[in-house]
Design a binder for this molecule. Structure first.
Ligand code: GTP
Ligand code: MG
Length: 370
């Protein structure tokens, strides 16, 4: 629940603290200037002073993603967003690279393949799959903690010559916590010691029962090195996506997640965003975490300038005022004023949290804000 100190409420209304305390007393609430009151009480007080309430709460701001659902008839099918996870050296990066090479669009003239945190593969059928390249499992959890549930499907990479290892188990836990279906890619099948049956048996110990053993977990034997069965893996991903019936409304203001963001010399903040709903356009004003910006340029995963990006599309965005964090939610807003209002509110909340964590009193916190 949102809360506010009496002092903060008074200053936001441009009223004297003592008057607010008096008004609270009339309502039977005894509070000192540094005390926190809940949002409902604050709302009553605001009304009492003849001001209007405009709550800029987290819920209000995060509506772009979870809160507001689009009407069924506005929803169109969208590509799945896939994250690859697994134990060290089991071939996550190699597999991503190999999958990327299956992209039919990659061979177009002028298509410079560059590394951004996410990219999309177009299959010969025209169907698309979006891959997110998270640097590690911790990042995955961190992103979720920050509100971004970007992944529809996890591909669990297990080296056929090594089997289930500690980080494989960790990845299983992360995927389960996120309630995301797992597809197992049994990799390195080209290696002499490869034993995919052993991998399938070991998965049983972690409640992952593959189809051949009577369960519903899809597993595919692949080799990132020999590039075998990659099409089968992609087909399996699309099959899973079909079951999930992934849809989004492309005709609305965009919302999504920050995959990564960094400052680059001469370009300012460069953020890789995953559009999850709506369409992001050049010129849009958006908020990402505690930062905001106006889209100055949009680049696709090959570094080409584009005008707009729809659901499940990863894009590089220029024009942020500051650098948001991976996993921050981004939402397009109507005006710069609204963007400033939201980011100020969030910064304010961050400072409060920091102050609380540092064990400082509310009073000190108040003065430090001035
Ligand atoms: P980290 O990012 O360090 O966790 O590793 P990773 O899971 O991304 O593995 P990476 O793709 O870096 O591969 C690790 C090693 O395994 C490299 O030497 C790859 O060449 C090798 N490798 C990956 N896939 C295959 C495969 O299908 N067959 C064989 N023989 N080697 C593979
Ligand atoms: Mg790697």
């Amino acid at each position: 629940p949102e809360a506010i100190t009496v002092q903060e409420l008074a200053s936001r209304m441009a009223e004297r603290g003592a008057d607010v305390i008096k008004a609270l007393m009339k309502m039977g609430v005894m509070a000192t200037i540094n005390q926190t009151i809940d949002a409902d009480t604050a709302e009553l007080i605001i009304g009492e002073f003849g001001h209007t309430v405009r709550r800029v709460s987290a819920a209000d701001v995060e509506v772009g993603l979870e809160g507001d659902s689009d009407a069924d008839e506005t929803l169109l099918s969208r590509p799945p967003v896939v994250t690859i996870m697994g134990h060290v050296d089991h071939g996550k990066t190699s597999l991503l690279d190999a999958l990327r090479q299956t992209d039919v669009a990659a061979h177009e003239a002028g298509g410079i393949t560059q590394h951004i945190g996410a990219y999309q593969v177009t299959l010969p059928t025209g169907k698309k799959i979006t891959f997110i390249d998270t640097p590690g499992h911790a990042a995955f959890t961190e992103m979720r903690a920050r509100g971004a549930n970007v992944t529809d499907i996890v591909v669990l990479v297990v080296a056929a010559d090594d089997g289930i290892m500690p980080q494989t188990i960790e990845a299983i836990h992360h995927a389960k916590a996120a309630k995301v279906p797992i597809i197992v890619a049994i990799n390195k099948m080209d290696k002499p010691g490869a034993d995919s049956q052993r991998v399938r048996r070991e998965l049983l110990n972690h409640e992952l029962v593959t189809e051949d053993l009577g369960g519903d977990i899809l597993a595919v034997e692949v080799s990132a090195k020999a590039k075998t069965n990659l099409d089968k893996l992609e087909e399996t991903l699309l099959l899973q996506a079909e079951i999930l019936d992934l849809k989004a409304n492309p005709e609305r203001q965009a919302a999504g997640a920050v995959v990564e963001a960094k400052v680059e010399r001469g370009r300012g903040t460069v953020a890789t965003l995953l559009v999850q709903k709506g369409t992001l356009k050049v010129g849009d004003i958006f908020v990402a975490g505690a930062e905001w910006g106006r889209v100055r340029a949009l680049l696709d995963d090959r570094g080409r300038n584009i005008e707009s990006a729809g659901p499940a599309t990863p894009v590089e965005v220029l024009g942020l005022q500051g650098t948001p964090l991976a996993g921050d939610v981004f939402v397009v807003v109507d005006s710069e004023a609204r963007a400033r209002e939201i980011t100020e509110f969030r910064l304010h909340r961050q400072r409060e949290k920091l102050a609380a964590a540092a064990g400082r009193s509310t009073l000190e916190q108040m003065f430090s804000k001035i």
